[in-house]
Write a protein that binds this ligand. Sequence first.
Ligand code: Z5A
Length: 238
Amino acid sequence: MSEVAATGAPGRPGCFITFEGGEGAGKSTQIARLAAWLRAGADGRAEAREVVTTREPGGSPRAERIRSAVLSGVAKPYGPFAEALLFAAARLDHLSTLIRPSLARGAVVLCDRFSDSTRAYQGAAGGVEPETLAALERVVVGATRPDLTLILDLPAEIGLARARQRDRAAARGPDRFEAEALGFHQRLRAAFLAIAEAEPARCAVIDAQGTPDAVAQAIRAAVAERLPQLARGAADAA
Ligand code: Z5A
């Protein structure tokens, strides 16, 4: 095995960071920024890292096929539990083909959504019992839990307006979940905040209402504080 400084959970050479939040919270924007910062060794203060950026649902060829089906709405008539099973099937493949091999060779994996999205969308907003989702998470995710989860928080109205503006610019309509009513998105926000409150050691809530630069700075500060090996010295500059 190559000489890689351990950064995440014990026995795991790499480091697993997930981004969560409602629609249009800025996850894709901020993953690209954090990846560039880590690849540059946190402005030269730390070791430059191999960074793998990925997303859920998707992230592997088979999981991307499940993504297309679920986001098209084809599974909606089967109900939230069936959708949770499809997200879990996609996650199983994503974990075994991309996430675990990347962590094993020492990469930093930045993932746009992960199992907290199942808890929020299919659980809190969709009505699937938490015990059922916890059991699914135990068998699918196992020990590959995130080292850090950044929850990008903002009012649902603002996130939806951003997502709609982006969709208009790309000349496309809302997907299966964007099309849900405002109340659904407000439940999601509350669910992500509740997850952060229940698991403060893993989760950091980031105010996502500021400019992209301000949000990126808050994310770097959280990473420097929670995973100092990735950004040694950067906390002082944050
Ligand atoms: N889902 C689920 O139900 N269960 C699960 O287990 C999993 C997922 C894993 C995936 O959709 C859907 O699957 C998701 C949940 C469900 N629901 N939906 N829809 P997706 O991957 O297509 O979309 P998303 O994850 O919701 O992300 P998003 O809507 O694409 O937004 P984002 O990545 O958070 O934001 P963004 O693309 O970076 O930014 C959105 C726009 O705002 C864009 O035009 C930016 O330029 C702009 N932006 C970004 N930051 C700012 C700031 N700071 N100020 C102003 N404007 C900004």
